[in-house]
Design a binder for this molecule. Structure first.
Ligand code: GLN
Length: 304
């Protein structure tokens, strides 16, 4: 399949329409991004690469990193993990507080902020040097030693992180946070600050297309059953209160971040990363979602 040709064809179609939406401005450092950037990279399991636009430019992957934290926590905790976080779609915004009180501090799923904060707490409990050990894991999965946090972005988010602080405090009051609140927030903001290019992002997530195996290292990152469950969670929860829309229009498990990135997985085939910083009200990349909708339509390939 000539994906490069399809990419440019879809981009031409998108260029004929307006490019609406705003960059995430609630994190001061994210305001400085050129809103008209656009990149895409697809990596197949058998090692082919296809890219378009600004696919070699780093951006803040934000909530996409929650999936990697979940993979590691699931690996360490096995099924015990689900005593502290659910697997149900929330139907609420990513930073919502409303369900947490009803649910007695147990977040609906690991991909909303509350869930990722619990996952952060779990990882801190397992490690002596949580940030270092986590980034080492990401480097191993991606096979790219240069991947790192952005201190600037983490500090910027920390300076305005009142809602995340509220979430973690509420969960602490229910006994679902074991470590110091500042340590959990520090880990979480660093997690969200990781920077990657579309090419790096697509490569990093390829193991989820390969039933848990990294095709370039042949290393089993998680077993096939867990890998399928991570994809199931992305399918149902990866876009918060727009997860249904993404499933309906794109038909692949995926995850978005407020940096404008999206990763989507076609099990057994490929992983595709798209980046376009203009977001809708739900915090998801408008052009990124539209691009993937047109892509799975054009290629007639979704998991359904
Ligand atoms: N770091 C962001 C936050 O906690 C992540 C949100 C996102 O990408 N949806 O608000």
């Amino acid at each position: 399949m000539n994906y490069n040709h399809i990419f440019s064809k879809i981009y031409d179609t998108l260029e004929e329409t307006e490019n609406p939406g705003e960059v995430a401005s609630y994190i001061p450092e994210l305001k400085n991004i050129n809103p008209n950037k656009f990149g895409v990279h697809l990596t197949t399991l058998d090692g082919h690469h296809y890219s378009f636009g600004d696919s070699d430019e780093k951006f803040s992957i934000q909530s996409i990193a929650k999936v990697l934290a979940l993979v590691l926590a699931y690996q360490l905790e096995n099924e015990k993990l689900w005593e502290r976080v659910g697997v149900e779609p929330s139907g609420t915004p990513f930073n919502s507080l409303v369900q947490l009180e009803y649910d007695k501090g147990i977040p609906r799923n690991p991909l909303i902020n509350a869930g990722a904060l619990v996952i952060s707490d779990i990882l801190i409990s397992h490690f002596n040097e949580p940030k270092k050990q986590f980034i080492d894991f990401v480097r191993k999965v991606s096979g790219i030693p240069g991947i790192d946090f952005s201190v600037k972005i983490a500090d910027s988010e920390k300076s305005v992180g009142y809602t995340n602080a509220a979430l973690v405090n509420l969960m602490k009051s229910f006994g679902n946070i074991r470590n110091d609140i500042d340590d959990v927030l520090d880990f979480y903001f660093n997690l969200c600050s990781i920077e990657m290019t579309c090419k790096e992002l697509s490569r990093t997530f390829l193991f989820l297309a390969g039933y848990g195996v990294c095709p370039y290292s042949n290393e089993q990152i998680i077993n096939a059953s867990k890998s399928k469950r991570i994809n199931a969670i992305m399918q149902l929860c990866g876009f918060y209160d727009e997860a249904g829309e993404f499933s309906f229009k794109v038909g692949l498990p995926g995850k978005s971040g407020v940096g404008g990135g999206i990763i989507a997985i076609h099990p057994d085939k490929y992983s595709i990363a798209v980046w376009s910083p203009r977001l809708n009200k739900k915090g998801n990349s408008i052009r990124g979602m539209k691009f993937l909708e047109l892509f799975t339509t054009e290629t007639q390939a979704s998991i359904f």
